[in-house]
Write a protein that binds this ligand. Sequence first.
Ligand SMILES: *[C@@H]1O[C@H](CO)[C@@H](O)[C@H](O)[C@H]1NC(C)=O
Ligand SMILES: *[C@@H]1O[C@H](CO)[C@@H](O)[C@H](O)[C@H]1NC(C)=O
Ligand SMILES: *[C@@H]1O[C@H](CO)[C@@H](O)[C@H](O)[C@H]1NC(C)=O
Ligand SMILES: *[C@@H]1O[C@H](CO)[C@@H](O)[C@H](O)[C@H]1NC(C)=O
Ligand SMILES: *[C@@H]1O[C@H](CO)[C@@H](O)[C@H](O)[C@H]1NC(C)=O
Ligand SMILES: *[C@@H]1O[C@H](CO)[C@@H](O)[C@H](O)[C@H]1NC(C)=O
Ligand SMILES: *[C@@H]1O[C@H](CO)[C@@H](O)[C@H](O)[C@H]1NC(C)=O
Length: 336
Amino acid sequence: MKVKMKMTLLPALTLSLFLFLSLPSPALSEPERCNSKDKKVLLEIKAALNNPYLLASWNPATDCCDWYAVDCDEISSRIISLTIFGGNLSGQIPPAVGDLPYLQTLVFRKLSNLTGQIPSAITKLKHLKMIRLSWTNLSGPVPSFFTELKNLTFLDLSFNDLTGSIPPELAQLTNLGAIHLDRNKLTGTIPESFGKFTGSVPDLYLSHNQLTGPVPKSLGNLNFTVLDFSRNQLSGDLSFIFGSNKTIQIVDFSRNMFDFDLSNVVFPASLTSLDLNHNKIFGSLPAGLTALDFQYLNVSYNRLCGPIPTGGKLQSFDLTSYFHNRCLCGAPLPAC
Ligand SMILES: *[C@@H]1O[C@H](CO)[C@@H](O)[C@H](O)[C@H]1NC(C)=O
Ligand SMILES: *[C@@H]1O[C@H](CO)[C@@H](O)[C@H](O)[C@H]1NC(C)=O
Ligand SMILES: *[C@@H]1O[C@H](CO)[C@@H](O)[C@H](O)[C@H]1NC(C)=O
Ligand SMILES: *[C@@H]1O[C@H](CO)[C@@H](O)[C@H](O)[C@H]1NC(C)=O
Ligand SMILES: *[C@@H]1O[C@H](CO)[C@@H](O)[C@H](O)[C@H]1NC(C)=O
Ligand SMILES: *[C@@H]1O[C@H](CO)[C@@H](O)[C@H](O)[C@H]1NC(C)=O
Ligand SMILES: *[C@@H]1O[C@H](CO)[C@@H](O)[C@H](O)[C@H]1NC(C)=O
């Protein structure tokens, strides 16, 4: 009798088990991981952005750890990352983002209808390591309040409409690996304090702005790895950036108004890419350039003179690396 019952029940049991595993039934699924405070804040953010289609998955009936653009910490289940990327979204960055207290990564990227200023509520995010507000229509200044985010390792505000000057206070951040302020409308000079970073020395991307004046001599005191100051209106000397005991690798100072004598500059062995095109640099190309393992070199459109030193990588570049100078000559340019 018992055996017989088992025999008839088994298929039914298997079927219900199958149904249980295959149908997404809310009542039977795992308990919600999402922290209820975080969920409330995310729904505020969604409302502040006028409930865009991009955030359609932000449905109050589901676990917010499964929502688009959001990551929860595996152990605490608190929201640690908010990455909103490329969509039709209009409005300003909602100050409510400051109420996700465990956020480490905040990204708003490729959102051309995102406007307004960078909200100071971001300073509440004490765990923030990476902030990327890029390819948007954000305007206003680069805020100095970023210095309150002591653990920031990556600051990217590139491709926006930011105006005003670069806040010198950014040099107080000691863990920065890179600062991207390129492709904005920034004016004024590069702060003297950028030669006084006390912890890690960040890569500096300041290209495509309207920066003026000389580069502060203080920048010669640090070992930078990447400096991109191209397409500004910077002037004066740059030779102090180089020197035999530096470790710089990638330099783009092109399309500015730098004017200094290149003849006696000693380039460090670490240098792999040097772009100086479209400046007013004079003198001759130092023989030491032949010792370097360049991947890229461009000194075109300057006021250089004399023979291109022979050897190393120098003859492996085509003439456009050297053309439009006052009287540079020798291969790959015509003979002297
Ligand atoms: C930006 O907003 C304008 C005006 O509301 C709209 O026509 C356009 O489609 C939006 N574009 C994107 C990419 O969001
Ligand atoms: C963006 O959204 C707005 C408002 O919802 C709409 O009018 C517009 O057509 C959308 N644009 C694109 C490119 O989808
Ligand atoms: C965003 O910026 C682009 C380019 O600067 C501009 O053409 C567009 O009108 C701006 N959109 C808004 C909504 O401000
Ligand atoms: C900042 O980073 C340090 C070292 O990684 C860590 O010990 C500390 O908890 C972090 N502080 C915050 C607020 O996240
Ligand atoms: C830069 O790096 C070189 C090589 O590691 C080192 O000798 C020099 O002291 C460093 N300079 C500074 C200012 O840290
Ligand atoms: C690097 O070289 C410059 C001159 O070439 C010298 O003044 C400076 O003390 C050197 N720095 C280090 C850390 O060796
Ligand atoms: C060097 O720069 C000039 C000016 O921008 C450009 O025309 C040329 O193609 C560049 N050469 C190389 C090898 O990139």
